[in-house]
Design a protein around this ligand. Structure first.
Ligand SMILES: CC(C)(COP(=O)(O)OP(=O)(O)OC[C@H]1O[C@@H](n2cnc3c(N)ncnc32)[C@H](O)[C@@H]1OP(=O)(O)O)[C@@H](O)C(=O)NCCC(=O)NCCS
Length: 166
């Protein structure tokens, strides 16, 4: 059974555990690296600050009592009608079971609730599994180049979902 929990600053140890697992398990999927969040980068203050992004909605998926997935919705600066889906990860042990679906639906619900008409995200161009999941949820390639890839060869793909058509 999948249960979704909204996490706040005080829940930083759970978020930290999941995020470090995500960066270690799927380094190909994220702009951030494990190294950036280890050692000196691994401080309580930093994790709390991540969970205190103003207006953000941070969600943990708990499967059979264990934290096993995560995603956030964050406001887009200078665009009140937009929100962004970030930090999406599902533990390999429970992949293919619809946890990703639950997380996307929850972030989209939150975005609609806060008045957003569009939900965007960035995905690595070779992350076909994630892109297929997003397409299934109505996200489409915007054609807008995202952040440059770590190797400098190309850009992240920016996808967006229209939230006005239900
Ligand atoms: C992308 C991701 C979040 C999807 O989560 P999920 O809970 O597996 O999502 P779903 O259950 O909807 O399954 C996604 C697809 O993987 C397929 N799948 C089946 N078994 C699987 C398994 N054991 N492992 C992985 N994927 C599997 C599903 O059938 C589904 O395919 P479909 O869309 O053609 O039906 C997850 O694979 C993940 O965390 N990947 C690494 C991090 C990542 O890429 N994050 C996105 C950053 S933009």
């Amino acid at each position: 059974m999948v249960e979704l929990r909204t996490v706040e600053s005080d829940d930083w140890p759970i978020w930290r555990e999941l995020r470090l697992a995500a960066l270690a398990e799927a380094p190909y999927a994220f702009g951030s690296t494990l190294a950036q969040w280890q050692g000196a980068g691994d401080s309580e203050d930093r994790w709390r600050a991540r969970l205190e992004i103003p207006g953000a909605h941070n969600v943990v998926a708990v499967v059979d009592g264990r934290p096993a997935g995560m995603a956030s919705g964050v406001p887009v600066e200078h665009a009140e009608d937009s929100a962004e889906l970030i930090s999406m990860w599902v533990s390999p042990a429970v992949r293919g079971g619809g946890v990703g679906d639950c997380l996307i639906r929850e972030v989209a619900r939150w975005a609609v609730e806060r008045g957003a008409t569009s939900l965007s995200l960035s995905v690595m161009p070779d992350n076909k599994r994630a892109a297929a999941l997003y397409e299934r949820h109505g996200f489409m390639d915007t054609g807008v180049p995202g952040d440059p890839l770590p190797d400098g060869m190309g850009n992240e793909q920016v996808m967006a979902k229209d939230l006005t058509n239900g």
